[in-house]
Design a protein around this ligand. Structure first.
Ligand SMILES: Nc1ncnc2c1ncn2[C@@H]1O[C@H](COP(=O)(O)OP(=O)(O)OP(=O)(O)O)[C@@H](O)[C@H]1O
Ligand SMILES: [Mg+2]
Length: 467
């Protein structure tokens, strides 16, 4: 029953409301009937008493016979009572020994000209309605007449009505309970399903989905839970993949470090040059690990939104000049021609100088790394709305089907070749995030064996303000 708590609560509340309403209705109806019957009976007996007392006043004293017939006929008991309280005449079923209904104060009332009425219960438990009226003779009250009618049949009718009311009340209550129960089940079932689903999601069963498609708040909530589960699943998968990549990337240089350090330590080399070569490898791998760790920190900071940019007005020509100077030695070593195409002044953009240089350096290093011969051209041009930096090389190019993935973390087109040249596959994903953070966009076009062109575009701020 624990799993159906909402249903229980809903059911109990509705049951309590129904119970109170039905009880109130039943009691009111019963009282209405009861007072109706009482007043009907009282009117009838009062009329009868008046009738009898009039008869007794107008006819001779020898009306006892007539009274007897009347009492028999109307099924009532009659008593003539004198001022002293003695019964002078009695007719009807009621035992005259039971005189408790004759009370002094009532007689006083009657002999002072008023009528009285009361309800009386005899020793056997039978209930009677008693009406008392004065009898006048020559304008003097000579005696009192009491007419006593059994309330048995009225009580019977009222009991029948009460039973009927109780029966229909119980029936209505049970019916309402049944309907409430079904409704509570219908309402609580999706909630219970959601509760179970969220519990499963909480313990890591992220494939859990809810099959609730109603177009109401419950349906919306179920859809939100499904989305949450899907997001968590995606997050878990990418995180797992991310950690797998990191450990893979770290394991390789560490193996080199271990291997070559061991060779040097155990003097397993023949010449000093050989030893230097091994030490050089150790140094290179150390640098590679350093880069990897730096890049990972950078990415983590960006993904958590913790990176802070110091935005200022930047002349992109100056940034490019700085970056080209830094990589020109590398290009020269590979025999590549690195040409920056002169541009007249370009509009300034809002950006972080250091980060813009990081973008340019990454792209230039890629161009140099993946170009064996030929040239690298750097263009900077602008339209009325955009400033575009393009870096074009004559390198190995990127196959079309790989293009969509080059911005993914750790993605390298030619795994073995990149390893030789030292790439970890993090550069472009960092570049893309940095470009986005500064409001720009990045596009790559490439042809295998011909070369690659990477363009970074920034919307010009003046135009943004104008819009
Ligand atoms: N100009 C280019 N020409 C050909 N291939 C490229 C070029 N730029 C990037 N690539 C391909 O895209 C992949 C991803 O580039 P990215 O810069 O992210 O990583 P990386 O250069 O391998 O390593 P690093 O993290 O050191 O930059 C590269 O491994 C390479 O295969
Ligand atoms: Mg790179």
């Amino acid at each position: 029953m624990r799993s159906n708590r909402i249903g229980m609560k809903l059911g109990l509340i509705i049951a309590a409301i129904f119970f109170i309403v039905l009880l109130f209705l039943g009691v009111s109806l019963y009282q209405m009937f009861s007072s109706f019957y009482h007043s009907e009976m009282k009117t009838e007996i009062t009329e009868m008493t008046s009738h009898v007392s009039t008869m007794a006043e107008t006819t001779e004293a020898s009306s006892e016979e007539m009274m007897l017939t009347f009492a028999d006929f109307s099924n009532v008991s009659m008593f003539y009572i004198n001022a002293a309280g003695d019964i002078t005449f009695h007719t009807g079923e009621h035992n005259p020994a039971d005189r408790t209904f004759i009370r002094k104060e009532d007689l006083k009332q009657i002999f002072s000209g008023n009528a009285i009425n009361l309800e009386h219960e005899d020793p056997l438990g039978h209930r009677y309605m008693v009406i008392g009226q004065p009898i006048y003779k020559d304008h003097q009250i000579t005696s009192a007449i009491y007419v006593m009618a059994s309330m048995q049949s009225m009580d019977k009718s009222l009991t029948a009505i009460r039973n009927l009311l109780i029966l229909s009340g119980v029936g209505a209550f049970l019916l309402a309970m049944g309907i409430t129960w079904i409704m509570a089940l219908l309402f609580s079932r999706p909630l219970i399903m959601m509760q179970k689903a969220t519990k499963k999601i909480a313990v890591g069963e992220l494939e859990t989905r809810l099959d609730i498609h109603s177009k109401d708040e419950i349906g919306d909530l179920a859809a939100a839970i499904n989305n949450l589960a899907a997001d968590l699943q995606r997050y878990r998968d990418t995180r797992q993949e991310f950690f797998a990549n990191i450990s893979h990337e770290l394991r390789t240089p560490i193996t080199y470090l271990e291997g070559y350090a061991k060779v040097v330590k155990n003097h397993m080399y023949e010449t000093e040059e050989e030893k230097d070569r091994y030490l050089d490898i150790i140094y290179q791998e150390g640098v590679r690990i350093q880069h990897l760790v730096d890049d990972l920190f950078e990415l983590a900071k960006m993904e958590e939104g913790k990176i802070s940019l110091s935005m200022e007005w930047i002349d992109l020509r100056y940034v490019i000049h700085q970056s080209v100077q830094k990589v020109s030695l590398k290009a020269k070593e590979k025999g590549l021609e690195l040409v920056v195409h002169p541009t007249k002044s370009v509009p300034f953009i809002r950006g972080d100088g250091m980060r813009l240089e990081q973008i340019a350096l990454n792209l230039l290093e890629n161009a140099i790394r993946y170009t064996d011969e030929g040239r690298i051209d750097v263009y900077l041009h602008h339209s009325s709305t955009m400033l575009t930096l393009s870096i074009q090389d004559t390198g190995i190019g990127i196959p079309d089907d790989e293009l969509p993935y080059i911005f993914d973390r750790f993605y390298r087109v030619e795994k073995s070749r990149s390893r030789q040249t030292g790439g970890t596959g993090l550069g472009l994903s960092i570049v893309k995030k940095l470009v986005k953070l500064q409001g720009g966009s990045i596009h790559v076009t490439s042809r295998v064996g011909k070369g690659t062109c990477v363009s970074v575009q920034f919307v010009l701020p003046m135009m943004q303000e104008d819009q």
